[in-house]
Design a protein around this ligand. Structure first.
Ligand code: NAD
Length: 299
């Protein structure tokens, strides 16, 4: 392995986002060593995606990788996989770990220290842009860590994202990601409230969406979610309600740790956590449109 020459990439977490991200790496010619808790998903990935792909049958497979990406639900699972189950112990000294999950920034700082003390390099590089952006390779990527480690990962990240930001030291990427979703989550709620109010008043929500999109209420929610996933009733954005609630909670923990006032964010968190308490694992975050339909579904 030379410093900038990453050829074999480990990829753990082939979910809604991980699958298309890993597919793009395979298509770009990186050899992959993959793992997911769901064996069916791993087999399907090997069958459906072309490229040099190997399933990590045992932990020793990780010694082959030059870089290891995690795309997992949260910090607890990232730590469990890397530290408790011993994946990190199998990596060669100097291997670059890249946590692209939306994890907890404070946990990320201490994970980065632990990994560095073991002779490994680490950056956090969470993403925004949804499944659509993951398929197209147009995600925004927010990187925390040393700039040299970002440069080592540059070729890899270029396959996955369009805008790559170095936002600070380890954990800063995860902080920026959580704060982005904090804004996005509150915007979605206020938009849904406005759409229901419009409908009650006799304005077609499709018309109201066109008005918002041509006016100052325009947002990613109005442009890319309302008609596509809410008014169509498909609720299929590929980002679960529980994961959105997790992200708002991460941002609120960060804000509370800094003793900032955040009355709007607190209300938003309450609504997302109430939604998460009645949602199952597969409930899409855009289903908040139905949950807030004024029929008292969230109590
Ligand atoms: P997902 O639930 O679809 O996928 C998670 C994957 O991790 C699953 O395939 C699951 O089987 C696997 N997994 C869980 N525990 C594991 C373990 N112990 N070992 C190995 N594999 C394990 O989630 P997702 O939507 O792909 O999101 C992944 C991360 O990216 C989350 O942190 C999420 O917040 C973030 N994110 C999601 C989106 C989106 O639009 N879906 C966008 C940006 C960021």
């Amino acid at each position: 392995m030379t410093v900038n020459n990453i050829k074999t990439v480990g990829f753990i977490g082939l979910g809604q986002m991980g699958w298309p991200m890993a597919s793009r790496l395979a298509a770009a010619g990186f050899a992959l060593v993959i793992q997911d808790a769901d064996p069916v998903r791993m087999n399907d990935f090997c069958k459906q995606v072309n490229g040099l792909i190997k399933v990590a049958e045992s932990d020793s497979a990780w010694a082959e990788v030059d870089a290891l990406i995690t795309m997992l639900p949260n910090s607890k699972i990232v730590e469990k996989v890397l530290l408790d189950s011993g994946v990190a112990r199998q990596l060669r000294p100097g291997t670059l770990l890249i946590d692209m999950s939306s994890s907890e920034p404070i946990c990320t700082r201490s994970l980065a220290t632990t990994l560095r003390e073991s002779g490994l390099a680490f950056i956090d590089a969470p993403v925004s842009g949804g499944v659509k952006g993951a398929v197209a390779g147009t995600l925004a990527v927010m990187v925390g860590g040393e700039i040299e480690d970002l440069e080592r990962a540059r070729d890899l990240l270029d396959c996955i994202g369009k805008n790559i930001f170095h936002v600070g030291q380890a954990g800063a990427g995860h902080a920026a990601k959580a704060l982005n979703n904090y804004v996005s989550a509150a915007t979605l709620l206020i938009t849904v409230e406005a759409l229901h109010a419009a409908e009650e008043f006799g304005i077609d929500p499709l018309m109201m969406t066109d008005v918002l999109n041509a006016s100052s209420g325009r947002s990613n929610t109005t442009e890319n979610k309302v008609k596509q996933f809410m008014l169509s009733g498909t609720y299929g954005s590929g980002f679960s309600l529980k994961l959105m609630a997790k992200d708002v909670r991460i941002a609120m923990n960060l804000i509370e740790a800094q003793r900032q006032l955040a009355p709007l964010g607190r209300s938003s968190l309450t609504v997302w956590e109430q939604g998460a308490s009645v949602a199952d694992a597969g409930t899409d975050h855009t289903e908040m449109y139905a949950l807030l339909s004024g029929k008292d579904k969230i109590k």
